[in-house]
Design a protein around this ligand. Structure first.
Ligand SMILES: O=C(O)CCC(=O)C(=O)O
Length: 331
């Protein structure tokens, strides 16, 4: 160990037993200020650009951040792409205008936050790769959602799934950990996660494609068999850690405010991410500290290079695994 363990033996045992661990607090809320400011500026810039292009009817400049984002996305559902921290998960129908993402410095700095990497190190060891399998989920109140995005898990509720389902089989042996980070408080009312304890020991589940949006695969009700899972509310700056086989979902946002989180994934350096078209980076290395990516602009450039490669047709193959364990007899 390069440093004292952050997770207690009881927490490590709980993660092993349940396949998840909720940390009521992890990143100090003051360390979330840069991302709040970065997104405030992003939304302000996008409001002006989208209004100028006639995509939204006004800039909503008089609204507070969450309400402004909610009003904009209600008019322009593709806004979800512009605020996300991954390129869209599309295998066909890619439109260069909306094949967008946000790769800002505050996002990068949170991915490398020492408190995040310390808990990841306790689970995967000291050679830590930050996977490109990552999402920013900004969820306005469910009753304000445009029908075009209501079924999209970055904006509306998230259906039951195991994280491994969205990875190509190159990552079947990858020791991937999800770190789900709450940027606002996550409550039962505003759509916190719920997870089925010990489901990571049950093997892969049938996932059916949700044809509404990007074919997001989900475990059908017939397979869930009435199981509701354990709700996992955490405070702003808190986190939930997941095993890649754990079955979980997020509840709808029934509050009148924004519910905001980011999910990050890490695995030991050298293992496959399961999403080869997208770039990850070495987040921490005990054996070779010089290999760590510490430059947010260089990291952003890797995403732009991937975007150009995909748009130009140089990337051969699908971007996103959306068909694994899709058993027609069940779906
Ligand atoms: O936040 C959400 O809505 C879902 C997150 C999730 O399912 C995940 O991180 O794997």
């Amino acid at each position: 160990m390069t440093q004292p363990s952050t997770l207690t033996p009881a927490q490590l045992a709980a993660f092993e037993r349940d396949g998840f661990l909720a940390l009521e607090t992890l990143v100090p809320p003051e360390d979330l200020v840069p991302i709040e400011e970065e997104y405030e500026q992003l939304i302000d810039r996008l409001a002006k650009e989208l209004f100028h292009k006639g995509k939204i009817s006004q800039t909503y400049a008089d609204l507070a951040f969450g309400a402004r984002y909610g009003a904009m996305i209600a008019e322009y559902p593709d806004l979800a792409n512009f605020v996300n921290i991954s390129l869209p998960l599309l295998n066909e129908g890619i439109d260069p205008d909306t094949f967008q993402m946000h790769a800002g410095a505050a996002v990068f700095n949170l991915m490398r936050h020492p408190k995040v990497l310390d808990v990841v190190q306790d689970l995967v060891g000291p050679e830590i790769y930050c996977s490109p399998v990552q999402q920013m989920r900004m969820k306005p109140p469910a009753n304000t959602l445009h029908s075009a995005v209501a079924g999209h898990s970055n904006v509306g509720a998230t259906t039951w799934h195991q994280d491994i389902v969205a990875l190509f089989d190159e990552a079947d042996d990858t020791h991937q950990i999800t770190v789900w980070l709450a940027i606002t408080d996550a409550t039962i009312e505003n759509g916190c996660l719920t997870s089925v304890p010990a489901s990571h020991r049950e093997g892969p589940k049938v996932h059916c494609s949700n044809l509404a949006i990007a074919r997001e695969p989900q475990v059908p009700d017939s397979v869930m068999d009435g199981r509701e899972g354990t709700p996992l509310p955490v405070q702003k700056g808190g986190a939930v850690l997941f095993h890649k086989m754990n079955v979980h979902r997020a509840l709808p946002n029934l509050s009148d405010g924004l519910r905001w989180s980011m999910d990050l994934r890490y695995h030991p350096t050298g293992q496959a991410s399961g999403r080869p078209a997208f770039p990850g980076f070495v987040a921490r290395s005990k054996s070779n500290p010089a290999s760590e990516q510490r430059d947010s602009a260089a990291w952003a450039a890797t995403w732009e290079a991937a975007r150009q490669k995909i748009l130009s047709g140089q990337h051969k193959g699908r971007l996103f695994e959306d068909t694994r364990w899709n058993d027609a007899a069940v779906c």
